[in-house]
Write a protein that binds this ligand. Sequence first.
Ligand SMILES: Cc1ncc(C[n+]2csc(CCOP(=O)(O)OP(=O)(O)O)c2C)c(N)n1
Ligand code: SF4
Length: 283
Amino acid sequence: MPTFQSYEGQTPAWCPGCGNFPILKTLKEALAELEIEPHQLTVVSGIGQAAKLPHYMKCNTFNGLHGRTLPVATGIRLANHEMPVIAVAGDGDCYGEGGNHLLHAIRRNINVKLFVHDNQVYGLTKGQASPTTMEGVVTKTQPFGSLSEALNPMAMAVALDCSFVARGFAGDAEFLKGLMKEALNHKGFALLDILQPCVTFNKVNTYQWYSGRVYRIGDDHDPFDRIEAFKKALEWGEKIPTGIIYRNSRPTLEERIPVIKDTPLIKQRFSFKEAEKEIQGFY
Ligand SMILES: Cc1ncc(C[n+]2csc(CCOP(=O)(O)OP(=O)(O)O)c2C)c(N)n1
Ligand code: SF4
């Protein structure tokens, strides 16, 4: 049976106090509790501080290009849809550079779990405004404050009928672990946005700033009610909800592809001769 130590990778090179540490620890604990062995899992990322997370884990990993996490994760999942695939990204990586891929992953409902470390800045490149930086927040490259309205990833995901939409907070690890496990057990695409203080470059959205605002969504919220979910997703400011905001049950992409519906691609017979014959048919 796997334990927390089964996933131990390299020593993290993050700043002391970075919100990425509790996320990494919580993920390892969640995986151990779900009894997923390291060799049974793939964690995919692009570029950034959050994207270094797979380096710090022992399992199958793929570190690709900035913003291109989801296409890679989709490919891996379609090649072997029996393997759980987690995509890890920063808010810049996922909602900025990779925004277009996110729209289509949600629409297709590929069974990939996307964990976004949302520190509301581009951390690795020293704190420029990202799509989730709040309007007016001053950074070294936004001296007049961010001039654009912040993206609300939860509201966007509900509007797109995303199969699972949740928000966690790095400062509430126990609750976050439950959300990670729910996402991993969910059938379909799961977006888990994790509020992650960047102690070096984001001096606004600190642990202290969040702790006065973040609250856990109660049992009175029905995540299957899309209108109520949308209202919950719009809450931001003095009160920030964490928990499962929205979920639905609809067919996944891999269920809808006849060729792989019953047998994963990697378990299917492959013959170069037959493939060549098929290709010749196109000429
Ligand atoms: C296509 C492309 N654009 C820009 C960069 C430069 N770049 C590397 S990491 C990064 C910022 C990452 O920020 P984010 O995704 O929010 O993750 P964080 O570092 O905050 O975890 C940028 C802009 C790049 N490598 N590739
Ligand atoms: S720069 Fe920010 S996100 Fe990057 S390791 Fe340091 S605290 Fe974490």
